[in-house]
Design a binder for this molecule. Structure first.
Ligand code: CAA
Length: 257
């Protein structure tokens, strides 16, 4: 498929999806979201890809949903467009997704980063949910994911004031994994993608699934789910190989099954 609003590439065992609407700070319109989901689903079934990086450019990861596209929409139009349904499909991606964030990650941009599994930020990253300042509120998971990531007090502050926080603050608050100088944020994400790609893919998949389960179940249900995934991995050739290689003091060779 030819994309107009994103760029995609593959290197080693990971893929990169880069937003490509620099004139509007990568504002997320319907086309960009369609293309992003299409690319993610494509890479999710590509055996040569074991991790996916989602990124923007130095100035903006994404400055939110495209305000011009929805400014005049009626509630019924918004309901029928059901544009956030597409966002739910990102949750179903089985491979790890790393957000490499520099510049603005606002509104839908912040929500998109939070939908990813790991966030690497540059020192110039700015996270925020500024929807309140344009008469609305977060609509793509901000009130839920931000609250789970930083707790009620900080989430309330961000959602009710629309204030932006720096990458450094975001890290202190538990929203991002690492903050690095702007010239390294993509490199850092690539290093992490390569490291994850070097692990046994089935174990990575089931481990990601189990961590995400923590968001929508009780501790008891989650522990049960984790245990089943753990036992299931003993049916994989990679478990046999991984443990055998450890005992034989050699490097394991993964088959991905
Ligand atoms: N939608 C559409 N266009 C946007 C945009 C957005 N979210 N954010 C920026 N742009 C456009 C601007 O209109 C401008 O285009 P023109 O040159 O054609 O005027 C261009 O990008 C550059 O932006 P600025 O001139 O405003 O750049 P700046 O450096 O002065 O300010 C900014 C940067 C603080 C991020 C400012 O652009 C801004 O406040 N953007 C909107 C942020 C926002 O409110 N996001 C939430 C959107 S709603 C949402 O996301 C809902 C949801 O939950 C899914």
């Amino acid at each position: 498929m030819t994309y107009t609003s994103i760029l995609t590439s593959k290197q080693d065992l990971y893929a990169i999806v880069q937003f490509n609407r620099p004139d509007v700070l990568n504002a997320i319109n319907i086309t960009l979201m369609k293309e992003l989901v299409d690319a993610l689903e494509h890479f999710d079934t590509d055996d040569e890809v074991r991790a996916i990086i989602v990124t923007g450019n130095e100035k903006a990861f994404a400055a939110g949903a495209d305000i011009k596209e929805m400014a005049n929409a009626s509630a019924m139009e918004m309901l029928l467009r059901d544009q956030f349904a597409r966002w739910d499909r990102i949750r179903k991606i089985k491979k790890p997704i790393i957000a490499a964030v520099s510049g603005f990650a606002l509104g839908g941009g912040c929500e998109l980063a939070m939908t990813c599994d790991i966030i690497i930020a540059s020192e110039s990253a700015r996270f925020g949910q500024p929807e309140i300042s344009i008469g609305v509120m977060p609509g793509a998971g901000g009130t839920q994911r931000l609250t789970r990531a930083v707790g009620k007090a900080k989430a309330m502050e961000m959602v009710l004031t629309g204030r932006m926080i720096s990458g450094e603050e975001a890290m202190r608050w538990g929203l991002v994994n690492k903050v690095v100088p702007v010239e390294y944020y993509l490199e850092e994400a690539k290093t992490l993608a390569k490291e994850i790609a070097s692990k046994p893919p089935v174990a990575v998949r089931l481990a990601k699934e189990a961590v995400l389960k923590a968001f929508d179940t009780t501790i008891e249900g989650g522990l049960e789910f984790e245990r089943k995934n753990f036992y299931l991995l003993f049916a994989s050739e990679d478990q046999k190989e991984g443990m055998k290689a450890f005992v034989e003091k050699r490097k394991a060779e993964w088959k991905g099954k």
